[in-house]
Design a protein around this ligand. Structure first.
Ligand code: NAP
Ligand code: G3H
Length: 472
């Protein structure tokens, strides 16, 4: 199947194509165009033309397209879910779930757009003479949003940029992840079928390493909304210049387990947080920091849960499925080797077949090991034993990342105190780290990002304030 880009309301191909194979069995799923810079220029120009009409539509009119697109996605959830499962090796139930979650996100974006109102600010607070002034504070679209999404949620993390951008009156130039592009294009097809006006969403497929810099530096792009690795995020920061950006990047989310935690529940939450979609989530629990006093018990409980994980085929809903590519599996192998060389204790067999890695649980991980600090993006969980919660907080705060941390304790006041001191965007109390629900603010600090997502926050991020002042 030859997939095409949507440009100015037409599906267009390019001379060069990229083959998309399934990470499950290497089966070819289809081809996507490798767009040239000239073709991308054309997509950008037509988007800018479409902006004039789109931003002037009443928000209720824009919302109608979003509602229709959401219904189409939900109607096609099995077809899109099947391709998604094949394309990024995601469990079929989770893949269909991603499509449904996305339809809900699009509907909520439409509703939130209807609720986005400005404000009136009264004068008179600084000098008496200004008492007859008022400022009308309005929100206006940024213009052309460049949306770049990662492979692990090619439908949901794409829509989490596209839908809030559109309802805010922006037009979108969407660069899908190469592995995941077919699923992303099917998302865009739902907007197309909903009748979205030509040019309001244009897509640009092609390798980020080849076309990415060109798009980011393009003078007609007004805002870059990116989710992906910290390395690429840093580069976007350098290239974007004075233009506003939103970056959601990597993480090394820790789970701090205090001596008074409910250990049975904690173990279950940690394992599901660490290993769902084989650990390929920015919000996966990527290290456990457990107080020595309860470490033996917790480790034993986690091991029991890890041993229950099913390894294999996404279409049989295995928990651990082939990783996105061999390169990722190679990288994780280097982390495993480093940990073993430095004395970590593997509590589960270390086993690999191609890009399929069995889940690895490491105990007695020390701070000189790479796995204590680096983001593996795979099914590997290190346990670091600490003398007390203070030490755990210090280790968490030493990370280059600042996405989320989980705190497990029965003492709620203590949980709030720990939460206050953690340098992350979100603290989860007695639960695994996670992005949803999609109306919550979602953000990373330090190496984990810049700016805030979450439907209302995304609309705010991708609109700018205009203040109109009048004396009356
Ligand atoms: P990635 O390699 O950084 O790629 C992300 C996107 O950027 C892809 O569309 C990629 O295109 C594109 N890209 C690559 N090089 C580019 C460049 N020079 N300029 C512009 N775009 C470029 O990340 P990934 O492997 O897809 O995803 C895994 C990473 O994303 C992990 O670090 C994970 O933690 C992070 N992530 C963070 C969040 C969050 O919300 N905080 C969510 C999900 C994932 P190609 O596919 O064509 O290379
Ligand atoms: O990979 C990063 C995603 O933002 C994680 O989303 O916590 O809903 O799996 P999730």
């Amino acid at each position: 199947m030859e997939y095409k880009n949507l440009v100015n309301g037409e599906w267009v191909s390019s001379e060069k194509v990229i083959k998309i194979n399934s990470p499950i069995n290497n089966e070819e799923i289809g081809t996507i165009p490798a767009m040239t810079k000239e073709e991308a220029d054309n997509a950008i120009k037509t988007a800018k033309i479409a902006l004039k009409k789109w931003k002037n539509l009443a928000v209720v009119e824009r919302a109608k397209y979003l509602y229709k697109a959401a219904d189409i996605l939900e109607r096609d959830k099995d077809i899109i879910g099947n391709i998604l499962a094949k394309e990024v090796s995601k469990g079929i139930k989770a893949a269909i779930g991603e499509v449904v979650r996305t339809a809900d996100l699009i509907r909520y974006s439409a509703e939130e757009g209807l609720r986005t109102v400005g404000e009136i600010v009264e004068g008179g607070s600084f000098e008496a003479a200004s008492k007859n002034k008022i400022a009308m504070v309005r929100r206006e679209p940024m213009g052309l949003i460049l949306a770049i999404a990662p492979f692990n949620y090619p439908v949901n993390l794409s829509a989490s940029k596209i839908a809030p951008a559109l309802i805010g009156g922006n037009v979108v130039l969407f660069k899908p992840p190469t592995q995941g592009a077919i699923s992303s294009l099917l998302l865009v097809k739902a907007f197309y079928e909903a009748g979205i006006p030509a040019g309001v969403i244009n897509t640009v497929t092609g390798r980020g390493s080849e076309i990415g810099d060109y798009l980011i530096e393009h003078p007609m792009v007004d805002f870059v909304n990116f989710t992906g690795s910290t390395g690429v995020g840093k580069r976007i920061g350098e290239l974007a210049g004075m233009r506003p950006i939103l970056l959601e990047l990597g993480g090394k989310d820790g789970a701090i387990v205090a001596e008074d935690a409910d250990l049975e529940k904690t173990a279950k939450d940690i394992v599901s947080g660490a290993f769902s979609y084989s650990g390929q989530r920015c919000t996966a629990i990527k290290r456990v920091l457990v107080v020595e006093e309860v470490a033996d018990k917790l480790v034993q409980l986690i091991k029991i849960e890890v041993e229950k994980l099913k390894v294999g085929d996404p279409f049989e809903n295995a928990d651990i499925t082939p990783l996105i590519d061999n390169k990722s599996a190679d990288f994780i192998e280097t982390l495993i080797k480093d940990a073993l060389d430095k004395g970590a204790k593997a509590l589960t067999p270390v086993k690999r077949e191609g890009n399929l890695l069995w889940p690895v649980l490491f105990d007695e991980v020390t701070l000189d090991m790479q796995i204590a600090w680096e983001e593996p993006f795979g099914p590997i969980l290190p346990i670091i034993r600490v003398k007390d919660v203070e030490e755990a907080i210090e280790i968490c705060n030493t990370s280059e990342y600042g996405l989320q941390t989980s705190v497990f304790t029965r003492d709620i006041m203590r949980a709030f105190d720990i939460a206050k001191r953690l340098e992350v965007g979100t603290v989860q109390i007695n639960n695994k780290t996670q992005r949803g629900p999609d109306n919550f603010p979602f953000l990373g600090i330090k190496g984990s990002g810049v700016g805030v997502q979450g439907i209302k926050y995304s609309i705010e991020s991708m609109t700018k304030i205009k203040s109109i002042v009048i004396d009356w």
